[in-house]
Write a protein that binds this ligand. Sequence first.
Ligand code: ATP
Ligand code: MG
Length: 339
Amino acid sequence: MIVNTLGIDFGTCNIKIYNKNKKLIINERNIIAIEGKEKVLAVGNEAYEMYEKSPETIDVVYPISGGVIASIENARLVLKKFIGSGIGLFSKTCDYYVAIPSDITELQKRAFHKLITSSNIQAKKVYVVDRSIADAVGIGIDVHKARGVLVMNMGADTTEISVISMGSIILSRMLSIGGNKLDETIQSFLKRKYNLTVGIKTAENLKMNFCCAVSEHPDHKTKVPGIDVVTGLPVEREVSQNEICQALSEPLGTVMETMRVVLERTPPELAADMIRDGIYLTGGSSELRRLGDYITNTVGLKVNRFENPSESIVRGLAKIITDHEYNELAQEPREKVYD
Ligand SMILES: Nc1ncnc2c1ncn2[C@@H]1O[C@H](COP(=O)(O)OP(=O)(O)OP(=O)(O)O)[C@@H](O)[C@H]1O
Ligand SMILES: [Mg+2]
């Protein structure tokens, strides 16, 4: 019987799955389009194409919200599509390694386990791995050392800031600010200042291609298409980089407050390591231009950034699955839940 092992990072925006036998990672939008109550029209990138473009009879929804499972039924459907016969990832039975946030309740952690075991995807064993530990492993850190490592993963719905030493989480805080919040901030800024309504995809595009965390070219302008709130007609407005950059400083400032709390609570010997090595910045939103400079200007620590940061956690899962020295970082979930 063929046995396979899969590593899964259920992001709010993107689901990433490592397939050991095929030695590949898939990374697709974690979204599903459903007509009526249960007719699945599309899953993943194909469903995202319909987002904000579908008629009212079709729901295009994200099964994960704020780092936790919002709809177990929809999450199951996404899993089935990517792990089931859909794109041929499936072998006879599978072991699963699931990355989960540290700063959530035991009940919410347990829900990820239940999702796998109840999805009819031939789960042999299910292990859980702290997201931040997988993240650190994925960017090449030897987490076993007695050394304080500060990882900040900024994804779509969440930012998780963790201090790690000797293979364990010393301290972790998750807040519900990520790329989605930045997109919403751009949307509401345009509405407030320019009476311009734009879709979330336009806001995200602007964020990726025009915005910075620290303004690079303050006078740099771009034309943004949308609907005039007053006339209801399609229009274009000219917007400067500087003003959007200032709007983004509000949610980014809140993230930095949490960073300060984590730094204040870190034991001094570990803090000394972090001052020397700096912050390890990961997650898709770490690609926001000059975010590293913004963080350094605010908390005074240097920032390390990485290629393809949206996949750092799943790359860590791949190493934990394939490297014996790292395998003990995965745990079987606790049987009993008391909260
Ligand atoms: N070049 C870029 N500039 C700014 N943001 C970017 C860029 N590329 C991707 N992003 C943002 O990264 C986010 C997706 O990152 P990621 O895949 O790490 O999130 P996720 O794991 O799905 O979410 P979470 O961890 O919060 O559940 C999106 O909000 C996207 O807009
Ligand atoms: Mg993520």
